[in-house]
Design a binder for this molecule. Structure first.
Ligand SMILES: [Mn+2]
Length: 329
């Protein structure tokens, strides 16, 4: 069987680096790295399994052709000629995959979370903004815990997800993918939480919605988001200038454009709505971290989900890099 031609073949050359052909850098050599892309395949999976463990490499497979970041990007720059996605003076690198284990045994998941906290804390201490490719939606819990000593002070969270993730526990597990926003709300260094794109029926019960509302979550359900001005209103609920962690679950996208998820829900975001959300966040507050979780490679259709994830990640990376360049000047 012959290998199907890819964009990399079309443009020629070897892919020597990481995702988007970014330079590969070891996590202990972060000096001068502004944005560090890191694959975290597992944290605390439920007994169903760590079904997103291979997602970081599935995402890396797409759009990693040589010099991609030096080509003009019409989504980020329209027809204003640009010399690439990452502005001069900003350095992004791919730190590879964290050595976590795809297993739901408590001693394993505790080890995963410890390793994640150590690594993210090291990145934050080095002034490197974490750009996390998950993993299921349990990955953000230890990542967010790592911001307890963040030099930028307390953070806001903007979550984009079909599900609100406010369960206190599921089957006795408190650190799993349905509990990430509940756990985040308990962290002293987390202030405002704004949640976008909830829809359909997930695992949330009455008491979970009540707990989130009691906390003060600003919910902008999918129905509200798609009303005229909905995205603008949602992002305006972020306090201006406070560092914001952007927690993206790819099931916020419509299944038609993102088939590779376990929790598909009709009526989700499309690519341009997500771009509009990203751009509005970047205009509102400094992005101090980003995660993209819940891509399930075994559910993908012709690599379409991985391609979408990679494109969205590229857009976010470009916006974060421009923000860093703006703040430096
Ligand atoms: Mn989620």
């Amino acid at each position: 069987m012959s290998k199907t031609a890819s964009m990399g073949d079309l443009f020629g050359g070897e892919t020597v680096g990481g995702w988007l052909n970014l330079p590969r850098v070891e996590p202990d050599a972060l000096a001068g790295v502004d944005i560090g892309v890191i694959g975290i395949g597992s944290a605390t999976p439920y007994p169903v399994g760590s079904y997103c463990h291979d997602a970081p490499d599935a995402i890396r497979t797409e759009r990693s052709w040589p010099a991609i970041l030096d080509h003009h990007d019409f989504d980020l720059f329209d027809i204003t000629p640009s010399s690439g996605v990452i502005p001069a003076g900003v350095r992004a690198a791919d730190l590879g995959n964290l050595d976590v284990v795809a297993d739901a045994a408590p001693e394993i998941t505790a080890g995963n979370r410890r390793l994640i906290r150590e690594t993210i804390t090291t990145m934050l201490d080095a002034g490197t903004t974490p750009f996390v490719l998950g993993g299921d939606d349990s990955v953000p819990v230890p990542v967010l815990e790592s911001y307890c000593g963040f030099a930028g002070g307390p953070i806001s969270i903007l979550q984009i997800d079909a599900h609100i993730d406010w369960r206190d526990e599921v089957g006795g597990e408190t650190q799993g993918l349905s509990s990430n926003m509940r756990r985040a709300s308990e962290m002293a260094h987390v202030g405002n939480i704004v949640q976008l794109a909830a829809r359909g029926i997930g695992s949330a019960r009455k008491q979970d919605v009540e707990a989130a509302l009691d906390y003060g979550v600003a919910f902008h359900t999918m129905r509200r988001l798609r009303a005229p001005g909905g995205i603008e209103r949602a992002v305006a609920d972020l306090p201006e200038g406070v560092p914001v962690y952007v927690a993206l679950d790819v099931d916020s996208l419509d299944p038609a454009v993102m088939p590779a998820v376990i929790g598909a829900a009709q009526g989700g975001l499309d690519y341009w709505q997500m771009m509009e959300i990203f751009e509005a966040i970047a205009a509102r507050a400094p992005i101090c971290g980003f995660n993209m979780v819940e891509l399930m490679p075994s559910r993908d259709v012709n690599g379409q989900g991985a391609l979408m994830a990679s494109r969205l990640g590229l857009s976010m990376l470009g916006l974060m890099a421009r923000q860093i360049a703006r703040n430096a000047s």
